[in-house]
Design a protein around this ligand. Structure first.
Ligand SMILES: [Zn+2]
Length: 239
């Protein structure tokens, strides 16, 4: 009974947070494999999606069929980087097209392959989805990052937002199942389902009070950059 009261209170809190919890999973693509010759940038897609999972590197949606290579520095402005492994992430077509061919200076943004993006977007203020404790320079950098792929303007008309809300509701249902029966079976189902549904950060947020599940999620999502999390699965604070 005590559990269900605690769950009801937490559930309401999590529902209230639905529109504000938009996070970015930090990733590590590793070195370009020795045997991989990149003649066209699409040659890198199979290995990269195996390394990082079939998820958009920005909005975290799972995209089994429509995943594309995303050039961090746009290939139209930097043709010399078109086939460079370190310039690749994965993206959905919405994040990809909003980012477009805007030229970027990498150091002006927080990017999931080089920064502790999970911590940067953990806490929000008045709908702005940026860690409250950042200094003003980092806040500007975080805001530019959200603008870069349009994550600052998610609303009901954006399919990414619908995906967020649906996943959020799914995770809440599984949290409730876990409250009722915190068995290993349920925990394993939660991790399997998380991998299938994508949105690592939503699962990590809803299960923030469960180090076991968080550690399993960090290990289950390919390419999650583990150095940004402590041994309890908590995101490390920014330096
Ligand atoms: Zn996306």
């Amino acid at each position: 009974m005590r559990h269900s009261l605690k769950w009801n209170a937490q559930r309401q809190e999590l529902i209230n947070d639905t529109e504000r919890n938009i996070l970015m999973r930090p990733v590590n693509r590793g070195q370009q494999p020795d045997g991989l010759v990149i003649r066209k940038y699409r040659d890198a897609l199979p290995v990269l999606s195996e390394r990082l999972g079939r998820y958009c590197s920005y909005c975290e949606a799972r995209l089994p069929l429509s995943l594309a290579i995303e050039h961090i520095m746009p290939k139209s402005k930097h043709p010399e980087l078109e086939l460079v492994w370190e310039n690749f992430l994965l993206a959905c077509h919405i994040c990809n097209s909003i980012k477009g061919t805007n030229d970027i200076k990498v150091s002006d943004f927080f990017l999931p392959d080089k920064d502790n993006t999970f911590t940067i977007f953990e806490y929000f203020q008045a709908g702005i989805i940026i860690n409250d404790s950042l200094n003003s320079q980092d806040r500007e950098k975080a805001e530019r990052t959200l603008q870069l792929v349009g994550l600052n303007r998610l609303n009901g008309e954006d399919n990414r937002f619908i995906d967020f809300v649906e996943t959020w509701n799914l995770v809440l249902r599984y949290k409730e199942k876990w409250y009722k029966n915190p068995s290993t079976d349920i925990i394993e189902s939660i991790v399997d389902l998380a991998k299938e549904s994508g949105h690592f950060s939503i699962w990590m947020t809803v299960f923030a009070d469960n180090p076991d599940i968080k550690k399993r999620l960090i290990n289950a999502f390919p390419g999650t950059e583990k150095k940004w999390f402590d041994e309890e699965g908590r995101p490390k604070p920014l330096q």
